[in-house]
Design a protein around this ligand. Structure first.
Ligand code: GLU
Length: 497
């Protein structure tokens, strides 16, 4: 807990900060994508700005409503709240309007090259080991040539594509100040006249994206560094449109411990994995926020790196401290962060989170049964105990299932000890029957001592037997606490041979 919230490194509260997370609904949201969403969320929150969720679905072939819904539900699962929502497929008129502006300014031209022709030039570049740059072939066609080529395309059901005229823009290089990378310079010659609208009438990512960024009044673009090579193109489009470009921040992608970029194929890239493993949404966010990133709290590096709330995380978030590359994903560290979050949540809140977020039939069923068996109040005590002993929700639930709900009998190591425990607990329990708190840790300890003395038994063996009978395991958290939480009747019924 950090009460001293005093270092104010807000960008500028009056700037009306607007950022966006712009996933393409062509697959599941990936853990790296969640990190990008989070950084935007934290940046907006810190600066009293707005977060926009924009679905980049210009690629109609690869995009699907199913993935769109999944992405939205993932974002909600992690409690990343957005203020506005847009879909590129519903904004075609806006792109047309901006294209018209470029046309009026003479910054675009029609390209009649067929896919095969372009492919051939690309192959040629590859063979020559040169970067592919469009050769500008269609820039100087006369109107007769254009009409001929237009007819040919029309026969194939296509229209000319539209390219940006770099020559007309007259820039040799694009330079921008990235909030993460510092000064970045690109040679315009290497970009070529890129396509804004394709021959099958689709707006390209580079065009639609920056048009939206401008049109939606976005002030900062925080995205993965895999997009850094798109940025000069988008900045040139801003120049052509006569508007200033947003501030860019390209954050590192996530790498596995083996140093390889995490890809959609990695089992732990899919967010379902974290839900299934019982990670708390807040803990995953906390972990992603500190990965490849430094937090300074009260002028010092924030050493324990566990925040008490997402608000606190946002308060100390500073995008400029984000590492420009090599954010390494480490699941053991995530587990550690999850464990700390379990400990700092109170049992009531944890119960609400389990009910709301972990909706698998198995988890909800165990939970309902436990509530029925123990009552709400006792279940809070049990969860309070378990959350301090285990690292994930799944571990807690499986313990709830196997120890607190299992009413069959686990084996014992030593029949005589089990019988002695049964007899002594039963007798002592009767002694303190009117006193409901009688079955406590001290009492059980005394019973074990008594059995040790009177029967020449080894204390360790008695504990081990008790643990085995109650939990079916040879080790785990305090068996005295478990016995108390189970209550004497359940303990006796498990000990009964
Ligand atoms: N839709 C792009 C993607 O999912 C993001 C584009 C951007 O952030 O500019 O990679």
């Amino acid at each position: 807990m950090h009460n001293n919230i005093d270092n104010d490194n807000n960008i500028n509260n009056n700037d009306n900060i607007r950022v966006r997370f712009a996933p393409s609904p062509t697959g599941h949201l990936h853990i790296g994508g969640l990190r990008t969403a989070l950084f935007n969320y934290l940046f907006a929150k810190k600066n009293n700005g707005k977060l926009i969720l924009r679905i980049d679905d210009t690629d109609i072939i690869r995009s699907s409503k199913e993935y769109e819904d999944l992405i939205i539900s993932d974002i909600k699962w992690f409690d990343i709240k957005y203020d506005e929502f847009y879909k590129q497929s519903e904004r075609k008129n806006i792109y047309e309007r901006y294209l018209k502006i470029l046309e009026e300014k003479g910054y675009i031209y029609e390209c009649f090259c067929t896919e095969e022709e372009l492919l051939r030039s690309k192959e040629l570049s590859i063979n020559l080991k040169k970067p592919y740059i469009y050769n500008g072939r269609c820039l100087n066609l006369n109107s007769d040539e254009k009409e001929n080529l237009r007819k040919k395309l029309a026969d194939a059901g296509l229209v000319p594509s539209i390219r940006l005229n770099m020559l007309k823009l007259g820039c040799e290089q694009v330079e921008f100040e990235d909030m993460v990378h510092g000064k970045v310079v690109f040679n315009v010659k290497l970009l070529g006249d890129f396509v804004l609208k394709t021959s099958d009438n689709r707006f390209t990512y580079n065009f639609a994206s920056i048009v939206d960024d401008i049109d939606l009044g976005l002030t900062h673009i925080i995205r993965g560094e895999d997009h850094i090579s798109n940025t000069p193109r988008q900045i040139l489009l801003c120049k052509a449109l006569g508007v200033s470009h947003p501030v860019f921040a390209h954050i590192s992608l996530l790498y596995g411990k083996n140093g390889k970029l995490m890809s959609k194929r990695d089992f732990n890239a899919n967010l379902e994995y974290y839900k299934k493993e019982g990670y708390l949404p807040q803990a995953v966010l906390n972990y992603l926020a500190i990965t490849g990133n430094t937090f300074i709290v009260n002028d010092e590096r924030f050493s324990d790196e566990i925040f008490s709330s997402i608000n606190e995380m946002a308060h100390y978030f500073d995008i400029k401290r984000t590492k420009s590359s090599g954010a390494i994903f480490n699941e053991e560290k995530l587990k550690f962060v999850n464990e700390k979050w379990l400990q700092q949540l109170n049992a009531d809140d944890l119960i609400s989170i389990i009910k709301e977020k972990f909706k698998t039939r198995y988890i909800q069923n165990i939970f309902d049964c436990a509530e029925k068996e123990y009552g709400k109040e006792q279940l809070i005590y049990i969860i309070h105990f378990l959350k301090n002993e285990y690292k994930t929700v799944i571990e807690i639930i499986s313990e709830l299932d196997s120890v607190f709900l299992y009413n069959g009998q686990y084996k014992y190591f030593d029949k005589e000890i089990a019988e002695l425990l049964f007899k002594n607990i039963k007798e002592t329990a009767i002694d303190c029957e009117p006193e409901p708190l009688g079955f406590n840790e001290i009492l059980i300890k005394n019973i074990i001592q008594k059995i040790t003395k009177e029967n020449k038994k080894n204390t360790k063996d008695i504990y081990e037997n008790l643990r085995m009978v109650l939990t079916g395991k040879t080790n785990g958290p305090s068996i005295l606490k478990i016995a108390v939480l189970l209550g004497k009747e359940r303990v006796l019924s498990k000990l009964k041979i």
